[in-house]
Design a protein around this ligand. Structure first.
Ligand code: ADP
Length: 256
């Protein structure tokens, strides 16, 4: 080895290579396990609405022909569960996309304009106030499309889990820009906070069908943040509300 590389510290170098190799293998194994877990969770989550659809369809064939009420109930359930599956599949595709580094295209983005563009139609759609607090114009090198998607996930959660106004703010810092989404809703119990970015994770009380939701939103947000080189933090107090912050670097990682 020493002859080949002219390196007297061949042994050290070999040891270092071995360490690197082991770390890489461990990372690969971890990714594989994560993938396996995802497939198993996804199958389970998709199976639930399918089972409901199946049982209501059977009910329709048995008792639907002369009973209008049964038809209404069954078809409503079938439509609800189908939409749910559709949403879940769309989100799974989003998740896969945000996992691909090459899906990200970095350009100069004015975050104030972008936020305004996301919030304006939502005020209408949510029928509630979304305030924007910002000074100046924050320009960053990022992927605007993904930032929009990320902000939409956070704002939509604020809508789903709170009833009052929502506050979005932009705060320019030295090397990054902090974008905050704040609500005064139900909050998240401390014990759930460490898992909140996991795929399919939902607070127990939100697992009920009524609020919709798949437990994938925040995991997509996290994946997008990783792709953008951004950081996500969450603070929440039950009964008080939730604050999620995204720190978006001004310059793309590795660029000047
Ligand atoms: P979901 O589709 O269920 O909203 P998310 O991954 O976006 O999935 O969120 C995971 C869970 O975190 C939600 O089911 C909910 O229990 C909780 N959560 C997320 N955002 C908020 C919020 N702003 N306020 C209270 N709970 C929240």
């Amino acid at each position: 080895y020493e002859k080949m590389t002219g390196n007297k510290n061949g042994k050290d170098e070999l040891a270092q290579m071995e360490r690197m190799f082991n770390e890489m293998m461990e990372q690969l194994e971890q990714n594989y396990r994560k993938q396996e877990q995802f497939v198993s969770n996804a199958s389970h989550e998709l199976k639930t609405p399918l089972t409901v659809i199946e049982s209501y369809s059977k009910l329709l064939t048995r008792r639907g022909f002369d009973n209008r009420e049964v038809v209404d109930e069954a078809l409503t359930a079938v439509i609800t569960e189908t939409s749910r599956m559709k949403e879940m599949i769309t989100q799974m595709l989003d998740l896969a996309k945000s996992n691909e580094a090459q899906a990200f295209e970095f350009t100069e983005v004015n975050l104030n304009q972008l936020l305004e563009g996301v919030v304006k139609p939502l005020r209408q759609a949510y029928g509630r106030e979304i305030y924007i607090e910002a000074e100046g114009q924050a320009i960053v090198e990022t992927d605007g499309k993904f930032v929009k998607q990320l902000l939409f996930i956070l704002l939509d959660n604020a809508r789903k889990y709170s009833e009052r106004e929502i506050i979005a703010s932009i705060n320019e810092r030295e090397n990054d820009v902090e974008v905050t989404v704040k609500d005064y809703g139900k909050g998240i119990p401390q014990k759930d906070l460490p898992h909140i970015f996991d795929r399919f994770y939902r607070v127990d009380s939100d697992r009920s069908r009524k609020t919709g939701g798949t437990g994938l939103g925040l995991s997509i947000a996290k994946e997008i943040a990783d792709g953008l080189g951004a950081t996500l933090t969450i603070e929440s107090v039950v009964g008080m509300g939730t604050v999620i912050r995204v720190f978006i670097p001004k310059k793309r990682e590795g660029s000047q």
